[in-house]
Ligand binder design. Sequence first.
Ligand SMILES: [Fe+2]
Length: 445
Amino acid sequence: MRLEGALPEWLRGRLIRTGPGLFRVGDVEVEHWFDGYGILYAFELGDRLRFKQRLPRTRALEAAERGKRNVATFASDTKRSLFARIFKPVPEITDNVNVNVVPWRDGAWLAMTESPHHYLVDPETLELRERERFDDRLPATMGMTAHPQLDHTRSAVVNLGTTLGPKSAIVLYRQALGSRARVVEARIPFKRVPYVHSFGLSPKYAVIMDHPFRVNPASMLFSNRAFAKHFRWEPEKGARLLRVDRETGEVTPYDCPPFFCFHVINQFDDGDDVVLDFVGFDDATIVDQLYLPELDRQFPPATARPLRARLRKGHARAELEPLADVRMEFPQVDYARRHGRRYARAWGTAIGHRDGKDSAILRIDLEHGDVAMHDEPGVVFGEPVFVGHPDGAPEEGVILTVGTREGRDESILRVLDAERLEPIATLSIDIALPLGFHGNFARAR
Ligand SMILES: [Fe+2]
């Protein structure tokens, strides 16, 4: 690696990220960006600078190496015989780990996609250790989001699970740090189930987005068609934000204009109100734009806007107000110090901001709507990861973001001042890292 500039003395630790890295294995080809076999990579910052990457040995990858496509993924069809489908109407769900990787327990990290299978990862070697085991009675087939949230006030991780079947439901659960038992906070039945990628969490409430991209679970039985292909965009059936009281499990629905969402930015309680900020698309066409033949033509520029919904006590409807006049994805906040609380800064990536090419890192001042931007011609930046200055005020620190130079076997890790987005340092490697999804930074102990 080459280093330009100087890394802050306090910035010591590991950035580990994941994303779809391999789209063809022998004769097996995936159909959608979200289904690429995951690649894990790490930048280690300290007295020594190191880069590591690994293609995790999942069962899904090993099946592909044997020429088989028999596990269910997001949007690539399975190829299972009629006999296999009758014998087992619901296929195995993928154990690919291409969406997120977070520090977990006993020094291990947890790598995941939206499935029942999450893997412990050795952060030193990036090897998968074992599947995460749970000691509770929730169904083993329950898929969980790849965006578990930390509940700072209860020292727990909170997440949503989806169970599909005759009695479909979204389950909000809490898992105390260090425990293997998931405790149900609320179980919400659905006839037509929305696709949930993330959710809002604050001390009093969780907010589940019932956006109108929904599935009738019965349509999936016996089918070789992929998960996402059973979903329908149905704005005529309305959109709702479901406020869940985390003590009582009581659900209060708020009607709202139709939208489609992958990522919540943040949420906070404000007296009896709860405020949910998220990145919203006008509809779900983004899912179709990420099929590989489409991607070969053009990577779709981010069209989603940062939006705010205030769920007021006693009201039945919530409006969606833009937080700033920008288009972005991969939202981030000062998670350690501001998640679930009032906050003033959000960061994101404006993908394709230069005539459909490149991407820029954005910082939004939520009080004044003021925006700062960093970009470089020919570079596609991914998610901005905020790392707080250990002695600084909340939202003071740096942004770490990995960028790929288009058309060259070169990628960079850029360190930006979080407020002004001015470059502090750049690490370069002669490897083309594909645009990934999510990752985290953990300080060296
Ligand atoms: Fe995500």
